[in-house]
Design a binder for this molecule. Structure first.
Ligand code: AMP
Ligand code: ZN
Length: 455
């Protein structure tokens, strides 16, 4: 079997293959902006990419996969945060990079082979902008900033089809129109931002004066340095497709004069109550908030993979309960298996589902079909291989459940009894009393559970 994945550029499902003669598969995944804890929406993207990484390793061999994921440690958000906290930018980035790594490891994500940071690659970014200037793809505006001239690249918009959609007169994308002041055209974007007072000490030298790189150029420059001019796979959340990835293509292809990326993959968003989980909407959950409620990081990973990665997934605490009990079933099953010796690999259908455009819900379905069949068909070795592909580690302990104090447990028992005897007024009053004490009751048909209420 070959791995097949949807390609956002050609809009078809295509087979993944290394293109370089050395057989090394080159994979780049846009990483986090390090100024706050990543939320589990971000982690949906990183966990999905971790499954891709694992499939690539299983398919091409671990030594034949090179995975790079960057750290965005200088942009408007990181600078603003450092200023608000009166701290050095590097210190803020260090704090949140460490937190990101801790969360990634709790979620059992394999570390990328290289994790370059934007501030560590200023020279590479300046060099690239310099080439774009010399080739006539960029210009320096009156404010000292350097912009990419979108009209100089005829294929601009191929990925997002933005030309048909938004580059019509009066139809410019909003985030571009907002800072159109010094640009020749609203769709042009910044490669180098001239220093402004609010950037403080965060300034670097360049042939165009002091300033800092624009956001998009960091990925183009770091990809070139760590993976080369043409890479096999580039991924990120769907919000990065435009303008970020469109701009990366323009920068890299104009600079290098060759195909930048052979396969684009974008995973869909995690939603809360039908809206994208995001820092700006304030509707987010961090991993810490969920573990404080008694859920294990492994259940979070499981729940994030329960939806098809190319479909939006609505996050609920219920899905974490379901994930915990699925994990408990898998642990019990693992204990019942002989170590090796079953010739036929019963878990083939799990790989078939994953290699078919990363169909993670189908992979879990296939896994449980086998788990629920009679014993004797599978061994631990093949089961572990299937779990490796999904990144499910049963040895990572289930988090201890947050235990409700006896007084709350007593109220809950009373409320359940009231509800059973259809005394809904009393049940409702007790529910309020429990909520006021910071707990919530999750009712099921046959019982209930107590958990700390969401703030
Ligand atoms: P950021 O730290 O904002 O640069 O985002 C890191 C990654 O998370 C990017 O690939 C985003 O596309 C992705 N992302 C942001 N919000 C969500 C969400 N609600 N669901 C899934 N992925 C997201
Ligand atoms: Zn990027």
């Amino acid at each position: 079997m070959a791995i097949q994945l949807f390609d956002s550029l050609t809009r078809e499902i295509r087979v993944l293959q290394p293109s370089h003669p050395d057989g090394v598969y080159r994979f780049y995944n846009c990483g986090p902006t390090v100024y706050a804890p990543a939320h589990i929406g971000n982690f949906r993207t990183f966990v999905v990419n971790d499954v891709i990484r694992r499939l690539l390793e299983l398919r091409f061999g671990a030594a034949k996969v090179r995975h790079v994921r960057n750290l965005t440690d200088v942009d408007d958000k990181t600078i603003k945060r450092a200023r608000e906290e009166n701290r050095a930018l590097a210190e803020v980035a260090r704090q949140w990079t460490a937190k990101f790594h801790a969360d990634c490891s709790a979620l059992n994500c394999l570390a990328p082979h290289v994790e370059p940071a934007a501030t560590g690659h200023i020279r590479e970014q300046v060099d690239m902008i310099d080439v774009l200037m010399k080739k006539g793809n960029a210009y320096r505006a009156a404010d000292g900033s350097v912009y990419f001239k979108v009209s100089s690249f005829s294929r601009y918009g191929a990925l997002s089809r933005v030309k048909e959609r938004e580059l019509q007169p009066g139809g410019a994308p909003k985030d571009h129109a907002a800072d159109a002041d010094e640009k020749e055209d609203v769709s042009d974007f910044a490669l180098w931002k001239a220093h402004k007072a609010e950037d403080g000490a965060n300034r670097w030298d360049s042939p165009w004066g002091e300033g800092r790189p624009g956001w998009h150029i960091e990925c183009s420059a770091m990809i070139k340095k760590h993976l080369g001019e043409t890479i096999d796979l580039h991924t990120g959340g769907v919000d990065l497709l435009f303008p970020h990835h469109e701009n990366e293509i323009a920068q890299s292809e104009c600079c290098n004069g060759t195909t930048f990326v052979r396969h684009w993959y974008h995973s869909e968003h995690l939603l809360v109550d039908g809206r994208k989980m995001s820092k700006s909407l304030g509707n987010l959950y961090t991993l810490d908030e969920l573990t404080a409620k008694g859920f294990s990081p492994m259940a979070v990973r499981y729940a994030l993979l329960m939806g098809h990665p190319r479909k939006q997934l609505n996050f609920t605490l219920e899905s974490l309960h379901a994930a915990e009990s699925a994990l408990a079933n898998l642990r019990a099953y693992r204990g019942s298996l002989p170590p090796t010796g079953v010739v036929h690999d019963a878990f083939g259908p799990v790989f078939t589902a994953l290699e078919d455009d990363l169909n993670t819900p189908a992979a879990f379905g296939a896994l449980f079909t086998i788990v629920n069949r009679r014993a004797g068909e599978a061994d631990a070795e093949s089961f572990d291989r299937a779990l490796f592909a999904l990144g499910i580690d049963l040895h990572k302990a289930a988090a201890p459940k947050a235990e409700a104090p006896p007084a709350i447990a007593g109220l809950a028992a009373k409320r359940w009894a009231a509800k059973q005897s259809k005394d809904f007024a009393a049940a409702d009053a007790l529910r309020k009393e429990i909520a006021a004490a910071g707990w919530s009751m999750l009712d099921r048909k046959d019982g209930y559970s107590l958990e700390p209420a969401r703030k």
